[in-house]
Design a protein around this ligand. Structure first.
Ligand code: FA5
Length: 347
């Protein structure tokens, strides 16, 4: 109810007194807002009356104006006071209901993990470093000389067609394999021996099927010294296979051809998806080709600044994504790059 001191000098009509009482008793913010609009809003009752003061006879205007202004001030004061009270009460209620219990254990953080290709890459890197090879990185945008010519593939050489190349303005291209690193690392070593290096990185070809992606990763090793033979190559590659897959994986070695190695050897591993019985991934052969290798061709050794009469060496290049497919049992290489968490969470 309205207190006598607040009403000092204001003559109240019955309706106004009732509204002031309702404002003092309102129990919600919505109710207070409704009363404010009804009395003090743009079309509110006090506002309308104030607007009409000008139409009164001159001798009544002053008193009427004063009365209405006093009433408006009184209502505003009442509404504001009640509003603050309701807000405080709501807050207290919420604090009781939503009580924060600091002793509760927090929600476990979502822990991410490394992509299967990254994990495979790290396993390969670890294996190579343990075998005494050091990392040498080359550019992904290569020039034709390092990607082809230095590797014994002159222009018009049919082997270039096997590399479906993304060409950039001449003489550049996106490297189709990591082999350009052979000549780059030899030149950087400036004749020092032994040269025991590896590289790992992205390579590009215009390929797109279950075992071929347009952007994939290769890891390549090179060992150059006096008296290096095919037996050293077999020993090193077998050891890397063992370190990456554990145990003793079933391997198949086939004679092959690469212009930059002579002789050349390709390595297949028994398909882990079908256990060798034949499936879509291994095209029913039971094996999947994983790497190419061979003894570094004399022309390449010469392009790297060494004398092929004095030194010999081997090189091998792996498909890292292929390896990840076999290690994690994935039947389509393209799945590795779709970043679908339903797949990645299972690996
Ligand atoms: C080469 O790229 C040679 N540079 C490898 C080499 C290095 C031979 C050193 C001799 C000495 P090839 O085109 O076969 O060879 O590719 C090597 C491996 O890369 C393949 O066995 C395969 O595992 C992988 N690979 C090739 N193309 C793709 C592709 N589009 N997507 C995924 N992996 C691929």
């Amino acid at each position: 109810m309205t207190g006598p001191e607040e009403l000092h000098g204001v003559t109240l009509l019955a309706e106004e007194a009732a509204a002031l009482a309702a404002m003092a008793d309102a129990s919600s913010v919505a109710e207070l807002e409704r009363l404010r609009v009804e009395w003090l809003g743009r079309r509110g009752r006090v506002t309308e009356q104030l607007r009409a003061v000008g139409t009164l006879p001159a001798d009544q205007r002053r008193t009427a104006g004063q009365r209405l202004n006093a009433l408006r001030a009184l209502m505003e004061k009442r509404l504001d006071a009640r509003l603050a009270e309701c807000a405080r009460r709501d807050l207290e209620q919420r604090l009781i209901e939503e009580r924060l219990d600091l002793t509760l254990p927090s929600a476990p953080p979502a822990v991410g993990r490394l992509h299967p290709v990254t994990r495979t890459r790290r396993r390969l890197e670890d294996a190579m470093v343990r075998l005494g090879f050091s990392l040498f990185e080359g550019p992904q945008v290569e020039d034709e000389w390092h990607n082809f010519e230095a590797l014994n593939m002159p222009a018009e050489h049919p082997a270039r067609e096997m590399h479906d190349t993304f060409y950039l303005p001449p003489p550049y291209l996106l490297r189709t394999h990591t082999s350009p690193f052979q000549v780059r690392s030899m030149k950087a070593a400036q004749g020092r021996l032994p040269l025991r290096v590896f590289t790992i990185g992205t390579t590009f070809r215009r390929d797109d099927d279950p075992t071929h992606a347009p952007q994939f990763m290769q890891m390549e090793g090179l060992l150059l010294d006096v008296g290096i033979g095919l037996g050293h190559l077999k020993g090193v590659v077998r050891q890397v296979f063992k370190e990456v897959f554990g145990g003793d994986p079933v391997l198949r070695i086939r004679p092959s051809f690469f212009p930059f190695t002579e002789p050349s050897v390709e390595w297949d591993m028994q398909c882990t998806l079908c256990g060798g019985s034949g499936c879509r991934v291994c095209q029913n052969t039971g094996f999947l080709e994983l790497l190419g290798s061979g003894m570094v061709h004399p022309h390449v050794i010469r392009a790297g600044g060494y004398d092929p009469e004095l030194v010999s060496g081997f090189a091998f290049g792996w498909g890292v994504d292929r390896l990840a497919m076999l290690a994690y049992g994935i039947d389509d290489i393209r799945l590795l790059y779709q970043n679908d968490l339903r797949l990645l969470n299972q690996l």
